[in-house]
Design a protein. Structure first.
Length: 52
């Protein structure tokens, strides 16, 4: 689990189920666009597999 989330008071169980993305100086608009393109269908696929 993310130490940042647990430091914020999020339970270890909840923190283990989260994805944290970080933007850096070299992150481009194209990088963000790609994440926004790929992540939602991937998350939907995972949720379907685990029964959410």
């Amino acid at each position: 689990p993310s130490s940042v989330l647990t430091a914020m008071g999020v339970s270890r169980a909840d923190a283990a189920g989260h994805l944290r993305l970080t933007l850096g100086r070299s992150t481009t608009a194209a990088d963000i666009d790609r994440v926004l393109e790929v992540l939602p269908p991937l998350a939907a696929r995972i949720w379907k597999l685990v029964g959410w």
